[in-house]
Design a protein around this ligand. Structure first.
Ligand SMILES: [Zn+2]
Length: 250
């Protein structure tokens, strides 16, 4: 059996002091991911996904809420139970064999780990039809306790937000684009300078409308981040060095 770890970020959680049973649910959604459940439960105002595990139709098992935390899946019964959600809507659907097998393996593992034998359906403890009349409860709940430890798939490394290149005052850069405008301040809201408003040196590298030629070497005097864009100050004024995800100065 394999458990896929996730990067879900939870709000405040408390540690569960005892584990005496597992409670089974269906997602009441034909298709859903760990992230979907986490988002739905956050929208309920909860700390995040209320179940501890999600068993998907393809037999993959995902970790949701940390296993040692009190769940939020069966009102009145969370303090000593592990909540397991099965992808699907089992009032009408039929569970695929791969999902049944994975559910049995997970229950066998949890029974062995915590030494409980009690498995309940959500409807046994709350007024609900969850996990649905078609849910193969006896088959899954009857899994034999096992002693084997699961393998785990680590959570994917979160991709950092693109930050753009870094610029430093005192460094000389080259213009990578042609016709770069020089402005009176760091942003497109500032006026464009005319050729005669540039330094004498810059005029030698400018077109008649005051825009600078590609390949011009500029000394950076100051750097300003505007949203995700980066503006640098050169002796003649401000130019966009990184704008709209594109590098104009390097
Ligand atoms: Zn339920």
């Amino acid at each position: 059996m394999n458990i896929i770890e996730t990067n879900l970020k939870f709000g405040a959680l408390s540690t569960r002091k005892s584990t005496k049973r597992a409670i089974l649910h269906h997602a009441e959604a034909s298709k859903c991911t760990a992230e979907d459940i986490h988002r739905w439960h956050k929208q309920n105002g909860w700390s995040g996904a209320g179940y501890h595990f999600l068993v998907r139709k393809d037999g993959t098992i995902y970790r949701l809420r940390p296993e040692n935390a009190v769940g939020s899946h069966a009102k009145g019964s969370n303090s000593d139970s592990i909540g397991i959600c099965f992808e699907g809507s089992y009032m009408t659907e039929t569970m695929p064999q791969a999902q049944i097998n994975a559910g049995r393996e997970l229950l066998g593992y949890l029974k062995g780990k915590y030494g409980f034998s009690k498995v309940q359906a959500h409807r046994d403890v709350c007024s609900t039809n969850c996990p649905g009349t078609n849910f193969p409860f006896t088959e899954i709940a009857g899994a034999t306790a096992t002693a084997s430890a699961p393998t785990t798939t680590p959570a994917p490394t979160p991709t950092p937000a693109p930050s753009g290149p870094s610029y430093r005052a005192g460094t000389v850069y080259t213009l990578l684009a042609d016709h770069l405008r020089v402005r009176t301040g760091p942003g497109t809201g500032y006026a464009t300078k005319s050729r005669k408003q540039l330094t004498v040196n810059a005029r030698g590298h400018a077109y008649s409308n005051g825009t600078l030629k590609k390949g011009t070497r500029v000394t950076c005097k100051d750097v300003r981040k505007v949203g995700s864009d980066i503006w640098i100050k050169i002796p003649s004024g401000w130019i966009a060095a990184y704008y709209g995800g594109k590098n104009y100065v390097g």
